[in-house]
Write a protein that binds this ligand. Sequence first.
Ligand code: C2E
Ligand code: CA
Ligand code: CA
Length: 650
Amino acid sequence: MTIKKYWDKASRFMAVRSDNPELLQAQYQSFARQMPMMYLILIANTWALAITHMAEAPIWLTMLIPTAFTVTAGTRIVFWWKVRNTYPSLEAAQAALKQTNRIAAILAITFSAWALSLFPYGDPYAQSHVAFYMAITVISCIFCLTHLRSAALLVTGIVNGTFVAFFSSVGQPVFIAISINVALVCVVMLVILMTNYRNFEKMIIGQQQTQALSKENLRLANLDSLTNLANRRAFFAHLPTSIEAAKENGTRLALGVMDLDGFKPVNDIYGHSVGDNLLIEVAARLSTLPPNYRLYRLGGDEFAIIVMEAAEDDLLVVNSNKLLERLLVPFILPEATVRISASMGIAVYPDIASTKEQLFDRADYALYHAKRNRRGAAVLFSAEHESRINDDSRIEQALKLANLADELSVVFQPIINIRTQRVLGFEALARWNNPILGQISPALFFPIAERAGLSGFLTEHLLRHALVVAKKWHNDIRLSFNLSVHDLNSHDGVLALVGIIKGSGFDARRLDLEITETAFMHDFEQMKQSIETLNLLGCGISLDDFGTGYSSLSRLHSLPLTKIKIDRSFVTDLHKKPASYKIVKSLLALGHDMELDCIIEGVETKEELAALEKLGGTIIQGFLFSPPMSEQDLEGFLSGNPPVFKGSSL
Ligand code: C2E
Ligand code: CA
Ligand code: CA
């Protein structure tokens, strides 16, 4: 190794490190606490030595120099005391530590010189004091300078070098012995200092690594492992802080909750790995966002977006719809090409919600609304929703308190074959007359009862009642009865229905159970099992509101369906709306191909009927023939035997 290399190594060893800012700052901090102590010891030791030499030595040595030193040391004490709890910048810490190195060297030289200049004035006792002073001072300094290796080495080198050189030269054996002792002790202390310094370095670096590791853990805990988006946990941590920030800055914050439409079928048909790939693709399409948008995956096919400084309502909805449109382009996955859409509910702070719970609940309500009424679009929670929530909760309360056995009744709407003009059967429809709220539509109270967990009771009560009525009918008239998703998503629920049907004495082969297409969006396999059980009993299964859902035909085909009911929305004014006309035409063709009877619902006018006849529709239900009738009205209606439709419109 050349001299230059040795020199470089030595200067690195003595340098104040700047490659690790945190180490430097930790050094600075420990140091700042120890420095005042070191200076206090130095002051005390210095004055002790000055006093023992006061009588003999000149005043500039015993008073002036100690005073000047005290002042210098005092300023350093004040400096270190002030900065003991501060976190300086890298540059400031480095400058302070370099400065300390310089001051340490100057002080070491000055003090060795000062102490040794007192030596000639004292008697042997006082001279021993000089030796003691230098030895003890250097040892204290090594202790206090542990965290700045360079300063400790400088001080030890200077003081000890002078000490050993001077006392060995005096020729007095006691002093020579003392200098050897001190030199040895200092070597040992320096070795200890090195070890401690290394340990200190290791500890700080270890801490840094632990911190980095826990930061990484925290990052992972907040990340969705599938899509790499921030996860639910991150969302619920960010939502309150984001609201807090919006509150402080007086800005609007929008929360969008998003749910994919048609994800479940993809998962069911193609399997989970395709579902997973689809979610990864969805996340990728959504993730290029303006800087004030933050995207999360809440779980399953549910996502959320927090928008800071949200635009005004109209623009917000436009932007959200644009975002949703990104998902309309088909997803080309290795296994299949998949088409989906997504619906979004949006709530804005502070306009519509003031707490995180309210914001989330309302965005979620708007999403529920979007799913039901405006699939594939973004819906902003509005004042109208608010009043609906209030109405809903009043209905829920009333449902819970009502004497349902008295307040519920069933009405029956005929289903007619227009070719034979015969009544084929009746659809049982629920009616609820509440003393406080009045008549409430089943379209309104059933969804609420489902959410409140009350629909099972309603179904059982209504089914029993409908079966009692239907038992009185001529035995070629069928009964149609509506079931809700909740009736079918548990094995026990289905068994209860089987019990009621069997116990009624009504021939199950005359019963059609109507299930809406949207029911199959939930748990297809469970639904399938439930209707298979009911089908085995002999019941027919009608697919209600056909055309409004998104079920794939191949899946519907795997169900034991016996009838489909074409939804009213396609029937209204079909003679004036070419799109509706075409839809009904193809639905009828589809029913024909699947060898299923098609019931056309909601026929209100002669024009609609004429158009339907032209399309080959034969089984009709609607106000044109008859509104739903009470049990009493039914008796007159059915008086003909066999019952024939006697309406004037045909
Ligand atoms: P749905 O099963 O599609 O029933 C047909 C609805 O259309 C009935 O409304 C019926 O009165 C109405 N309707 C029939 N013909 C016409 C027409 O020509 N024009 C118009 N505008 N409407 C017509 P309702 O009785 O208000 O029932 C609404 C919905 O509530 C039902 O739709 C069904 O989904 C649900 N629902 C009714 N009763 C029950 C029940 O006992 N159980 C379950 N789970 N749901 C029921
Ligand atoms: Ca129905
Ligand atoms: Ca229907």
